[in-house]
Design a protein around this ligand. Structure first.
Ligand SMILES: Cc1cc2nc3c(=O)[nH]c(=O)nc-3n(C[C@H](O)[C@H](O)[C@H](O)COP(=O)(O)OP(=O)(O)OC[C@H]3O[C@@H](n4cnc5c(N)ncnc54)[C@H](O)[C@@H]3O)c2cc1C
Ligand code: FES
Length: 517
């Protein structure tokens, strides 16, 4: 956390140089702007105090080298240029000029932002692709398109999406938007004009039906073709559909798109009671949002505890108690055996009367077009460390990609917003010939009422869980340990600890990879 010289410190009047030691941040203001003054080594920086993702307080984040990381969802900004170096923030923060005057450090005028595309970056030794096609209008696709323009790629970019809506802030669809606390116009990632301004052709409602890898072209369902120099497959994942007897007689919803979320909002606004099938992140976030709307919720799931498989029994029990304290009724160790109009019958014989049902039982990666094209797949599209598929010049990123993760030493596929965006960014740079390894430590967050869980790392299995602090007291760090090494860390109301754990995981892999002298 920043040394509090108080948010009212007028940085244009200067602060005592001895008050800002190496690694320290001071929160103050310049005119009406909140500004963060930071020191790393002998260098001093002044930048905007709020993250460009959700306005997170950077003063409560972490300085790492000459960058600052946001405490909420781990975006990372350059202190020197303000650039958003790591998603989920895509836009830069503002920088101010800092001057040393004797024993005072004074913040002067706002600096003009560097041009969005620094020409030097585009100078690579390989020929740039004549055109780039991105299949998918989601997290990975949009972050890739954004990065291609930031990296001064001036060729044609076409983003083709099966969705009827332009790319949206998907995590919000089960949270504030569904709860009625975020407006419709907060949900699109970009205003529509921005696609035109950045010369990104956006084709909506346009499923790609096949990829011709030899002719370097994609075929759309409407029969048209698009040729590409380089291709990114970012088709995400589709909800797993449950074949429940009688489902055609009931009002059953799944949640992936903006349209799906709007349909649930519409349904909830006339409803009193819902059944949610699945006690995973989506099912539980939907439950929390419906409770916020005053809808009674019964959760049905075969698990013995919610989230146990991903988070272990301690966090599972804690999350269950959070939901129960908000009135959610759990029916665990059971499935829905049939639906008949409003009647939901469980495997144990109980029946529940419900206005509608939401199913959130996981997703499967959308790999059909890749498989059909002969691109290597393995429960996802197989990519190498540069996110390139088995076909040169064709990349994959996001929920669909299975990559060699240097931190676990395993080939993993995850369904995290920030990972999808960061992979889109790395794939974009690699389409321009960078040969940059994807080695970010995975991160995701999940929100249940006022409780947010941050999770860094990746642990499908562990042999020990340690808890520092108290989950019930909303102040805890949970470590998932395997073979003596921490593989993942979940935190509740300890954002700084989550950032520190991320750095620790990055460094432990880097030192393990360093050759012994
Ligand atoms: C409701 C909800 C809440 C979530 N909350 C969180 C959260 O809190 N934290 C977190 O870390 N993650 C969360 N996630 C997961 C996160 O949203 C995903 O990991 C992320 O969106 C994956 O990005 P992606 O680009 O791979 O896929 P997506 O964002 O799903 O985008 C895939 C795109 O591909 C398009 N597409 C698919 N097939 C074709 C085709 N054949 N032709 C053309 N287009 C095609 C789709 O229409 C879509 O536009 C949530 C997901 C959902 C659904
Ligand atoms: S608010 Fe900063 S990363 Fe989300």
């Amino acid at each position: 956390m920043a040394e509090s010289a108080g948010s009212s410190t007028d940085l244009t009047r200067g602060v005592d140089a001895s008050s800002i030691t190496d690694g320290k941040m001071i929160l103050g203001h310049v005119g009406k702007d909140q500004v963060l003054l930071a020191r790393t080594g002998d260098r001093l920086f002044a930048v905007g105090a709020h993250c460009t993702h959700y306005h997170g307080p950077l003063a409560e984040g972490l300085l790492v080298g000459d960058t600052v990381r946001c405490p909420w969802h781990h975006a990372c900004f350059s202190l020197e240029t303000g650039e958003a170096l790591r998603a989920p923030a895509l836009d830069p923060i503002v920088c101010w000029r800092v001057e040393r005057d004797g024993d005072r450090v004074i913040v002067r005028e706002k600096l003009t932002p560097a041009p969005a595309s620094a020409p030097a970056r585009a100078v690579v030794s390989v020929a740039l692709p004549a055109s780039i096609v991105i299949i998918g209008g989601g997290a990975a696709g949009l972050a890739a398109a954004d990065m291609l323009r930031r990296e001064a790629y001036h060729g044609p970019i076409t983003m083709i999406s099966a969705d009827p809506d332009p790319p949206v802030d998907r995590p919000n669809l089960s949270k504030d938007f569904l709860a009625g606390e975020a407006k419709d116009d907060w949900i699109p990632m970009w205003p529509t004009d921005l696609y035109r301004e950045r010369q990104i052709e956006l084709l909506l409602h346009s499923p790609v039906s096949s990829i011709d890898t030899a002719a370097r072209a994609v075929l759309l369902a409407d029969g048209t073709r698009r040729e590409f120099g380089s291709l990114l497959i970012a088709t995400g994942a589709d909800p797993v559909r449950l074949p429940i007897p009688g489902q055609e007689t009931a009002k059953v919803h799944y949640l992936r798109s903006f349209a799906d979320s709007r349909a649930i909002v519409d349904r909830a606004s006339h409803a009193k009671r819902a059944v949610v099938i699945g006690a995973s992140f989506i099912g539980l976030e939907v439950s929390a949002s419906l409770r916020t709307r005053g809808v009674a919720v019964d959760v049905v799931a075969p698990d013995h505890l919610p989230l146990e498989r991903v988070m272990g029994p301690e966090v599972g029990r804690f999350i269950q108690s959070v939901h129960e304290s908000h009135g959610v009724v759990f029916h665990l160790g059971q499935t829905v055996s049939s639906l008949a109009g409003r009647k939901v019958t469980l495997s144990g014989g109980t029946t529940i009367d419900a206005d509608f049902v939401v199913v959130g039982v996981g997703v499967k990666p959308s790999i059909a077009i890749a498989e059909k094209a002969g691109i290597a797949t393995d429960r996802g599209i197989s990519v190498n460390e540069f996110l390139e598929t088995s076909v040169p010049g064709i990349f994959a990123a996001g929920d669909v990609a299975r990559w060699p993760d240097p931190h676990t030493g395993e080939r993993i596929r995850v369904e995290h917003w920030v990972v999808a965006e960061r992979q889109g960014q790395v794939a974009a740079r690699n389409m321009l010939g960078r040969r940059e390894r994807y080695d970010a430590v995975p991160f995701f967050w999940s929100q249940h009422y006022d409780v947010t869980i941050n999770y860094v790392g990746h642990a499908e299995k562990w042999d020990r869980v340690t808890i520092d602090g108290s989950l019930e007291g909303h102040d805890a760090t949970v470590r998932f340990v395997r073979g003596g090494a921490t593989r993942a860390v979940a935190t509740v109301f300890r954002d700084k600890a989550s950032l520190e754990a991320e750095v620790e995981l990055e460094r432990s892999t880097a030192s393990a990879e360093r050759p012994t002298p």
